[in-house]
Write a protein that binds this ligand. Structure first.
Ligand SMILES: [Zn+2]
Length: 233
């Protein structure tokens, strides 16, 4: 399976990766639910990551995200991030909101669920600010319109960012090899992008800790071991 996957990637002209939480798990980045420990375990996810939750208690939501930001700041890219960043010919679409691919040196990353290293105005005026993950800013109003600033990430009940989604959809439609890393291939949006790639006759390679159920090339194991083997030329 690995040899077949490597052969496909060697011949690829427009390879694309699509990654999720399994990519960053070995860097110690917990999934949303795994992060809900200690004090946070008492909160419903909707209270921490939805427009309604933010409207109810913006300080709580910003506190939750600032703890996640400091966690990402103290984490390091793992071998999978580094192997992906080393392939400048590949565009990386990710659902992850951390910046570990960029910190590994990747120069073309499409964040489908936004990024922790940016805030945006909750009033929709378009104002955005870069955030230092090690020293995130507390809750504060937008300097342009006075609404609260909020993390520039996708919350429950929100649409994916239009520009990022259109680019990901186009990349999938034009891909000849589509590598799914550390995410379920059966749920939205992965399932939709994989279906688009298949319609374009792309070879789909799936790297996951659990064996996948979708057709295509399955590589089972931790991303930090499989991805460097897969992407080495
Ligand atoms: Zn504003």
């Amino acid at each position: 399976m690995l040899d077949a996957a490597k052969a496909a990637l060697r011949k690829a002209v427009r390879p694309v990766t699509f990654s999720g939480a399994g990519l960053s798990a070995e860097s110690g980045i917990p999934t949303f639910r795994e992060a809900q420990t200690g004090l946070w375990a008492m909160y419903d996810p909707m209270a921490l990551a939805s427009p309604e939750g933010f409207a109810t208690d913006p300080e709580l939501v910003v506190g939750w995200y600032n703890e996640r930001r400091r966690n990402v700041a103290s984490a390091q890219p793992n071998a999978a991030h580094c192997a992906m960043a080393g392939r400048q010919d590949i565009v990386h679409v990710t659902q992850n909101v951390d910046n570990l691919l960029e910190r590994a040196g990747a120069n073309d990353v499409v964040h489908l669920h936004g990024s922790l290293d940016r805030d945006k105005c909750s009033g929709g005026c378009g104002h955005r600010e870069d955030i230092d993950l090690a020293n995130p800013l507390p809750l504060r109003p937008c300097p342009l319109c006075g609404h609260w600033m909020r993390p520039d990430v996708v919350w429950f009940g929100e649409q994916l960012p239009r520009v990022g989604w259109l680019r990901a959809d186009q990349l999938a439609a034009e891909a000849d090899v589509f590598v799914v890393i550390g995410t379920s291939a059966q749920v939205y949006p992965a399932a939709g992008l994989i279906a688009t790639a298949r319609r374009a006759d792309a070879i789909v390679i799936e790297v996951n800790i659990e064996p996948g159920a979708t057709p295509g090339i399955q590589l089972t194991g931790p991303a930090g071991r499989i991805v460097p083997e897969l992407l080495s030329l």
